[in-house]
Design a protein around this ligand. Structure first.
Ligand SMILES: [Zn+2]
Length: 334
């Protein structure tokens, strides 16, 4: 269980808002926590529940994590907190009906009750309509927290009864941490976190054979660029064009190439801890000795320029050949 302080690092705005509401005793009856997977929605829901039930919260809002209520919430068995998750693919009407029955009884231990609906967008229409009736007659002692990655799929009538709170995408550091938690190799996580801020997409990239192969091809192209333009053009023909075919694939290839040059620049600046191509760091350190910061900056500009041309629908083959020649300019080997 993460503490208030730890979650505040991930979602500072959300926690500031909740803190104010708790301290002023102005919690809403229903919240919609909206954000990508891994952004802390569920953890912050549990944290909010603890803030509400804790018998001795610091400054009135930070749960103590020690009292009977905090401990029971952490172990998932507090009688006045209900969690609803999809039963199979959807959340069904019966699940909402049971919740309502439960709530029609007085709260077991205090007057307060909290319920959370995870993946609220997966409610069936019947379930959503039942919930709607429930939200329309709010009890002052009930807090509903709806969690979703796809707010656009929630009925507008439900949305209009919730206070929506946007969870920001994970920062690069937070995402690296999450990726490693999910089993991604420590040496691969920083590179993936440069290409996406979405945990799901990051995990997909990690398991994507095309992406793994693509990295090797990009490194190979860079190596050939170190030799001469002819060999680099041959590398394009032999490996690159058959792998990076579609526009978005070429774009990804260019992003990877750009990251190599960025790494070289970081190495030159002595910021080796910023390097993301960790599997190649030994070789990159060698390469960095053979270039200047000025030249690396020019090369990065050329890659960004190629990305712009790609989006303006220039022929990808022509574009790559021009780029290779451009990247070769000023090379000490020519
Ligand atoms: Zn407590």
């Amino acid at each position: 269980m993460k503490t208030w302080g730890q979650l505040e690092e991930i979602q500072p705005t959300v926690l500031k808002m909740l803190k104010n509401s708790i301290q002023k005793d102005r919690l809403a009856h229903a919240y919609l926590f909206e954000g990508m997977r891994g952004t802390g929605k569920k953890e912050i829901s549990v944290l909010l529940a603890k803030s509400i039930f804790c018998s001795d919260p610091t400054e009135g809002y930070i749960p103590c994590e020690q009292c009977h209520n905090c401990r029971r919430i952490n172990s998932g068995n507090h009688p006045d907190i209900h969690l609803i998750e999809p039963d199979g693919l959807s959340i069904k009407k019966d699940q909402i009906r049971m919740l309502q029955e439960e709530f029609s009884k007085t709260a077991v231990e205090s007057k307060q009750k909290v319920y959370m609906i995870v993946h609220a967008d997966r409610m069936t229409v019947n379930a959503a309509n039942s919930l709607l009736k429930f939200l329309e007659e709010p009890s002052s002692q009930t807090v509903a927290i709806l969690l979703t990655e796809q707010a656009q799929k929630i009925l507008p009538t439900i949305l209009s009864r919730c206070q929506a709170i946007q969870f920001r995408p994970l920062s690069s550091d937070n995402l690296i941490e999450k990726l490693i938690e999910h089993g991604v190799d420590q040496r691969k996580a920083p590179l993936i976190a440069q290409l996406t801020n979405n945990l799901d997409e990051g995990l997909n990239l990690n398991n994507d054979e095309w992406f793994a192969q693509g990295q090797k091809i990009v490194v190979k192209l860079y190596e050939m660029l170190q030799k001469d333009s002819l060999q680099a053009l041959v590398a394009l023909q032999e490996n690159w064009f058959s792998h990076f075919k579609e526009k978005d694939q070429v774009d990804r290839g260019l992003d990877l190439l750009l990251l190599i040059f960025k790494d070289l620049l970081y190495i030159q600046l002595g910021k080796n801890n910023q390097v993301v191509f960790l599997s190649e760091i030994d070789r990159l350190e060698q390469f960095a000795l053979q270039s200047s910061g000025r030249r690396l900056a020019d090369q990065m500009t050329a890659i960004l320029d190629a990305k712009r041309k790609l989006h303006a629908n220039m022929n990808p083959q022509l574009l790559m050949e021009q780029l290779v020649l451009k990247l070769q300019e000023g090379s000490s080997f020519v």
